[in-house]
Write a protein that binds this ligand. Sequence first.
Ligand SMILES: NC(=O)c1ccc[n+]([C@@H]2O[C@H](COP(=O)([O-])OP(=O)(O)OC[C@H]3O[C@@H](n4cnc5c(N)ncnc54)[C@H](OP(=O)(O)O)[C@@H]3O)[C@@H](O)[C@H]2O)c1
Length: 285
Amino acid sequence: MKIAVTSANGKLGTAIVQQLISKIGREHIIGIARSPEKAKHLGITIRKGDYNSREQFNKALEGVNCVLLISGMDDPEKRIQQHRNVIEAAKQNSVQKIVYTSIIGDENNNAFSPVVQSNRQTERDITASGLQWSIGRNGIYIEPDIEYIDTYVKEGSITNCAGDGKCTYTSRKELSYAYSEMLLSKKHNSEIYNLVGNPITQTELANLFNKIYDTNLSYTPVSIEAYEKDRKEALGDFIGTIIAGIYQGIKNGANNVISDYEKATGRPHKSPLEMIKEIKLDSKN
Ligand SMILES: NC(=O)c1ccc[n+]([C@@H]2O[C@H](COP(=O)([O-])OP(=O)(O)OC[C@H]3O[C@@H](n4cnc5c(N)ncnc54)[C@H](OP(=O)(O)O)[C@@H]3O)[C@@H](O)[C@H]2O)c1
């Protein structure tokens, strides 16, 4: 049994590799990375695989039974062909099953929609591939907000355009648990799961931070236009637009979805309080 994980050195890839190692042992896992030297620390066989190169994936997937495709980071239009390189190489190598990390979100109406559309196209490419498949639609990670706490404290509040919209945050650790189940069990074949936790507002997020980090944060809603302008100035046009689009989506309910996490894992998703406590503890170890 050989399971390959693409983008294995990324934060999600690393978390999934670690879950798989604990479940089936390192000899059964192959990490694929566009810069193999960045993945050495994982302690597993590493092969080279840039999503832009079908040839690299033709080799990287040799002898692989099941592949986890982690969605790429490029412009949405480029991602579709990049993901097709992996799907076609999987078919050529007679890989039996492909598991894909997709995303929750609205296909229209906000600046994040092009990313969601490209993920939906890959979902269609996978379901039409003839391979066995299983797809997760990931919620928004809670980790970046935690990493941002010092900035929130300096600014005195969490400021964005989500308003009273609720967001079903998840964490990479919770996702890694779900994906290891989806990779290892046939019962998840032909399923698309919303991999998300309980919905909370930004005010509730601020209150949780106050409880766990002893901060005194509040939440300040701003208009979509003001937030987009601010994020573009801070992060550049591409990422700034995406971030503003994500919060616009939260405002309009795109991230307030029913969770399938328990179907994927057999246990409830951790609460936001539990996730934040766990991440705080992990950061100290
Ligand atoms: N749900 C959310 O809140 C959320 C937030 C951000 C991103 N995402 C999505 O989830 C994915 C995984 O997140 P993460 O936390 O693991 O991100 P991350 O830590 O930034 O890792 C991204 C990974 O993608 C790899 N990559 C980028 N372009 C590639 C290419 N052309 N070919 C092969 N690999 C490539 C990177 O390789 P290098 O190290 O060589 O650059 C890295 O391993 C992201 O790629 C993105 O699609 C989701």
